[in-house]
Ligand binder design. Structure first.
Ligand SMILES: Cc1ncc(COP(=O)(O)O)c(C=O)c1O
Length: 446
């Protein structure tokens, strides 16, 4: 009978969730649940969430960074995927959360997420969003991105009789060598105050002078996913140098530092992300050295992993349908999802592995293109998947589907967003149901 050991021989085992195994029937299982049985119960497409994988990774982040730095908080970047039950799991694991919109903030609040552990990001927060952040129980930090926001936040915090703690988002002009669409910490970016043109210094001076703002420190986010550690190390030096200059010029106190998120996740057999321990060790060491060089005290550290925390914990399940063979050109195998639930291949050219759920160990006999079902030629999920010859009705799993798939999903072609089911200890728990036609027309006014 096939067993876990044989699953470990797969060249892409590292992109599968931690608890992936073979069911007694030889099919793929996660959290002790057979994926075919899950698809039969919940339908397809279906997103399966390995709760243990997520919790273990959350604990690993906290443990590894805490072993190198005295005061650390790990904030889950909710933009990667958010729902009420996930917010509860994040809170249970003792993490904070980075939110980037009034919508994400509202979901965090609806889940009863501790406000003090919320960090509010975004490059164009509206007055309403800022008011929602500072009113009632104010969020822990607003990460201020630009001068307009600084002025507005100072005004709004004053109206709410509060002095809002903030970080300033600074653009250090460090290139993380990732996709242009996900590079954020360079001079030509819509995000943050650039050091290079003097904006960051002006922002520090303005924030210190603002009566309703409490400037606590600096934030950078370089991009995502960042497979090299050097960009984080470079940012440590740039930020400490800047902090020292701001201390001398404006009396700035560097109490908190956030190097953001962007830690890498492997999507395919060819990709290997640095271990969390490696990021923690080298980032901490680079900060220690830079702090010493610039005669600064140790700030607390806030990190914001999104993709690398949730990514591997989810697989997307699709059912195979039509097949189109174009001799000497290509064979298309179409599935029942696509760019409406995962826009990443169309948007960034992202690659995935494709795993035949019913016979994961079977030899590949052909190379096919896995196409989505939506009305775009670019709706391709996997360009060259090597698979056994799959019959209509068979299931394909796409691992590493937790980050930015459902978060960027749409109703294109009036697609119904798929459900999310959490699996753990052979139990399945629905976290989000499938959308319905009633949902599709819920906003329509006749
Ligand atoms: C400010 C900030 N923090 C954290 C993240 C999370 O990045 P990742 O999901 O790659 O860890 C992002 C992603 O865009 C971000 O903009």
């Amino acid at each position: 009978m096939p067993n876990v050991a044989s699953l470990n021989s797969l060249p892409y085992r590292h992109v599968l969730p931690h608890t992936t195994a073979l069911s007694p029937a030889g099919r793929l299982s996660i959290g002790g649940c057979d994926l075919r049985e899950l698809a039969e119960t919940y339908g397809s497409p279906l997103y399966v969430f390995d709760e243990q994988d997520f919790r273990e990774t959350a604990r690993e982040y906290q443990r590894e960074f805490a072993s190198h730095w005295p005061e650390v908080s790990v904030l889950y970047a909710a933009k990667a995927y958010l729902s009420l039950p996930l917010a509860n799991i994040v809170a249970e694991e003792g993490m904070g959360m980075d939110v980037v919109s009034g919508g994400e903030l509202a979901i965090a609040r609806a889940a009863g997420f501790p406000s003090s552990r919320l960090y509010f990001h975004g490059n164009n927060k509206s007055a309403e969003e800022l008011a929602a952040a500072v009113s009632g129980d104010p969020v822990g930090r607003v990460v201020v991105d630009n001068f307009h926001e600084l002025t507005e936040l100072n005004r709004i915090a004053g109206e709410h009789a509060t002095r809002q703690p903030i970080l300033l988002r600074v653009s250090p002009n460090v290139d993380p060598h990732t996709h242009a669409k996900t590079t954020t910490g360079v001079l030509d970016s819509k995000f943050g105050f650039a050091i290079a043109n003097g904006d960051a210094e002006k922002a520090v001076a303005a924030a210190i002078a603002a009566p309703n703002i409490n400037l606590r420190g600096l934030h950078v986010h370089l991009g995502s996913p960042i497979f090299e550690i050097e960009p984080f190390e470079q940012a440590s030096e740039v930020m400490c140098s800047f902090a020292q200059e701001m201390g001398a010029a404006h009396g700035f106190r560097f109490e908190e530092y956030s190097p953001g998120g962007g830690f890498a996740l492997a999507y395919t057999r060819a990709q290997h992300a640095p271990a969390i321990s490696e990021y923690a060790e080298r980032l901490s060491l680079s900060m220690e050295k830079a702090l010493a060089r610039h005669h600064l005290e140790q700030p607390s550290l806030h990190i914001e992993p999104g993709r690398s925390l949730i990514g591997r914990a989810m697989v997307a399940l699709y059912t195979v349908g039509a097949r189109k063979e174009i001799p000497s050109v290509r064979t298309y195998v179409s599935v029942d999802g696509g760019m409406a639930d995962n826009i990443r291949p169309a948007m960034y050219g992202s690659s995935y592995e494709a795993v035949p759920v019913d016979r994961p160990l079977e030899e590949a006999v052909e190379t096919v293109t896995i196409a989505g079902k939506y009305c775009e030629s670019g709706d391709i999920l996997v360009a060259d998947a090597e698979l056994p010859r799959l019959e209509p009705g068979e299931l394909i799993a796409l691992p590493a589907s937790g980050g930015y798939n459902l978060a960027m999903s749409s109703n294109y072609n009036m697609a119904l967003r798929p459900p999310v089911v959490a699996v753990q200890n052979a139990q399945a728990r629905l976290l989000q149901r499938r959308e319905t036609v009633e949902d599709l027309v819920a906003r329509d006014v006749l």
